[in-house]
Design a binder for this molecule. Structure first.
Ligand code: NAD
Length: 474
């Protein structure tokens, strides 16, 4: 292959590679692959004394389960092909982590850095209005979330806009996820995608057989990691693997270049520097490299592309030296590059799994909104009093002079504590990431015709989507 396919074609090529190994009727195969609908809207907003026209999309890939789910992206590269590719990935992602949603995605072609906060609010509310009035934002039909260029702030505007237009909808809070806590959000959603990347890596490192395929041994400790994009996903992933698992983030690639330090970068300090100066340049504890993309080709154990699609492509795939790539971004590796890397023996943990932490915790948030109660509120104190009961009884036995033992205060405190919402969310996320990884690796290791984790992930998720369509009598 000499020319690079588009992002959507790239997803289709990988889908086709997997579906060839399955026994689906050609009709069902096509039905699953195609994108059901894409709505394009152009709307005007009066700003700075004149009317500006913006173009936005909401694409629904599959409605085998409803509501459909997927983020809203604010970026200049947003166009129909990209939104459709991302919506398709959402279908497979939700199926893989067993979040009960169809796949969707939205986008607005805008550079958020060009507008101030008040202007962004006007633009976001107007875009939300256009989608809400067509039920493309709706708690039971279509539930967006943050993606590149959007976050809690935009989700808060969207939910408020929905409430204004649906004043009697008791489930209004569930129309969008990734909201701030005070607007109906859930603890742990902001960190969720990066946290999921960490849990995914931890799970990978639990299996010697899997590590051997990537020529790696041991744990995450001291592994050399390169991260591209220190935004929501990249920042949390880099922070957690370095602070909690002892990995060394030896380089971070951002828009304005890369910063390299073989001893490991302090991620919080670097993030602070980026927030203050707008880039990585002039960060004191590391060497600056102006051609950031060249650092993707640097020697490392784990490469985490967490910025945008297509960054590893036919031009640079051959030069990549990482043993393991975990696709924190959606579509960072083109289908052509995927083949090259596979032939080189690089193990790729695919996007539909790697960044599924976001939609998993979004699922918890949606359930919380529909149940109108925070997780843990009913059982936390009851759990604590049962633990107390057990400790009291053990203590009573301990009072027997013939038995000599004592519980440490630390054990008592930890054992007594009932789980709060954040702990429950992390536990649910960890469980989901482990279960999904296990379902992929089982296919990867048991079928000789499945060469990689991506094909395995597609097989698992297409199987589930197909079963869902068939049970509907399609
Ligand atoms: P973000 O906007 O918070 O961060 C993106 C980061 O990438 C920014 O720091 C930006 O400066 C940097 N960047 C942009 N262009 C770059 C370039 N050419 N080279 C290097 N860095 C560049 O976005 P995000 O939410 O972290 O999303 C990143 C990726 O993760 C996207 O592919 C998105 O679809 C995917 N994702 C996000 C979520 C989520 O919950 N936010 C969930 C699933 C997948």
């Amino acid at each position: 292959m000499t020319t690079e396919p588009s992002f959507r074609e790239s997803v289709d090529i990988m889908f086709n590679k997997a579906v060839k190994l399955m026994d689906l009727s050609p009709g069902l195969e096509r039905k699953i692959r195609v994108c059901n609908s894409t709505y394009t809207v152009r709307f005007g907003v009066r700003l700075r004394g004149e009317i500006h026209t913006f173009t936005g999309y909401r694409s629904v890939h599959s409605e085998h389960m409803e509501p459909v789910k997927g983020g809203i992206r604010f970026a200049m590269g947003v166009e129909q092909d990209e939104v459709e590719a991302l919506a398709a990935l959402m279908t497979y992602k939700c199926a893989l982590v067993q979040a009960p949603f169809g796949g969707s995605k939205g986008g607005l072609r805008i550079d958020p850095r060009e507008w101030d906060e008040h202007e962004m609010e006007q633009i976001t509310r107007r875009f939300a209005y256009e989608l809400i009035k067509r039920d493309l934002i709706n708690p039971s039909q279509n539930v967006p979330a943050p993606d590149m260029g959007t976050g809690e702030r935009e989700m808060a505007w969207i939910v408020d806009q929905y409430r204004r237009m649906n004043t009697t909808d008791i489930n209004a809070a569930a129309c969008v996820t990734g909201k701030p806590i005070n607007a109906g959000g859930i603890q742990g959603r902001v960190e969720a995608t990066g946290r999921g990347v960490q849990y995914g890596l931890q799970e990978f490192f639990r299996y010697d057989e899997d590590k051997a395929k990537a020529n790696l041994t041991g744990t995450l400790k001291d592994k050399r990691v390169i991260v591209q994009g220190l935004g929501n996903v990249g920042y949390h992933a880099a922070k957690f693997v370095s602070e909690e698992d002892g990995a060394k983030v030896i380089a971070v690639i951002e828009r304005d270049g890369a910063i390299v330090n073989p001893d490991g970068l302090n991620i919080d300090l670097l993030k602070e520097h980026i927030m203050m100066t707008g880039g990585v340049k002039d960060f004191l504890s590391g060497d600056y490299v102006a051609d950031g993309a060249s650092i993707l080709e640097m020697e490392c154990d784990i490469l985490i592309p967490a910025a945008l699609e297509g960054v590893i492509n036919l031009k640079n795939a051959d030069q990549i030296k990482a043993n393991l790539i975990i696709e924190a971004a959606n579509g960072p590796i083109t289908s052509g590059a995927d083949e090259i890397l596979l032939n080189k023996g690089v193990v790729i943990i695919p996007d539909m799994y790697a960044n599924a932490g976001g939609v998993t915790v979004s699922y918890f948030e949606w359930v919380k909104n529909l149940s109108h109660i925070r997780f843990g509120r009913m059982q936390r104190r009851q759990e604590e009093s049962r633990h107390q009961l057990l400790l009291d009884e053990l203590q009573r036995l301990g009072d027997d002079p013939s038995i000599t033992w004592e519980m440490s205060d630390d054990f008592k405190t930890k054992y007594l504590k009932g789980a709060d919402e954040l702990e429950l969310v992390r536990s649910g996320l960890d469980d989901s990431m482990r279960a999904a990884y296990q379902s992929m690796r089982e296919v990867w290791h048991t079928r000789d015709d499945v060469p990689d984790l991506r094909t395995a992930a597609f097989l698992v998720s297409i199987e589930r989507v197909a079963a869902s369509y068939l049970s509907k009598g399609l």
